[in-house]
Design a protein. Structure first.
Length: 211
């Protein structure tokens, strides 16, 4: 059962007036046109002078329900997210408002991260979180991920959109901050594709054995 969408607040994206979505790299024009409503609603931010944001896309050759089953697991991000040593969910229920403590592997400019689940909508396949504490440089980091199924001429695939907004650390440029955050998100999305495409192949193989 989907958790309710929270009322608009500072933790959720807000489209600026008269904003025009720009196509993320990797999407076809047809895919982008179908995704514009979701981009406008969930992935458009009002960004001040000391913040930066970005939107990334990943095409995955797997059904959207398989992809969503992994993305929705706020309690187990290390399934597809690199650089996470461990994750502990605070409390007994994965619901909007719950938090997790993440330990990051050595070698990154971070050690720990405390993160809050801002949105989890199983019907629309939308999830998002904010970083609210920990030892890291990503101050006021907020992220939203949406999962979108496509089907054409018998082919099924999924597009995952992930966006974020974050403060630019003192001494860093907007380009440096975006490059670092984009690299981490891209690596995570690539691993998500690898994991879920493997799950889809395994499911197809099991079906073939039963038939």
């Amino acid at each position: 059962m989907a958790d309710p969408i929270p009322e608009p607040s500072s933790s959720m994206p807000h489209p600026p007036p008269d904003s025009e979505p720009t196509i993320p790299p990797g999407l076809t024009h047809d895919e982008f046109c179908k995704l514009i409503p979701s981009i406008t609603q969930f992935h458009t931010y009002s960004v001040g002078p000391d913040k930066c944001s970005s939107l990334l896309a990943q095409r995955i050759n797997a059904p959207h329900d398989v992809v969503w089953s992994i993305v929705r697991r706020f309690d187990n991000p290390q399934t597809y997210k690199h650089f996470i040593k461990s994750c502990a969910l605070k409390g007994f229920q994965m619901a909007v408002g719950c938090t997790r403590d993440v330990n990051v592997i050595s070698g990154l400019p971070a050690a720990t991260s405390t993160e809050r689940l801002d949105i989890l909508d199983d019907e629309r396949k939308v999830t998002g979180f904010s970083i609210i504490g920990g030892e890291h440089r990503l101050r006021n980091y907020r992220s939203v991920t949406t999962v979108h199924g496509f089907e054409r001429e018998g082919r099924i695939w999924t597009i995952v959109l992930e966006s974020y907004v974050v403060d630019i650390p003192e001494g860093n440029t907007e380009e440096d901050t975006r490059l670092f955050a984009d690299t981490v998100v891209k690596l995570n999305l690539q691993k998500l594709a690898s994991v879920t495409e493997g799950l889809a192949r395994d499911a197809d193989g099991n079906k073939s054995q039963v038939m």
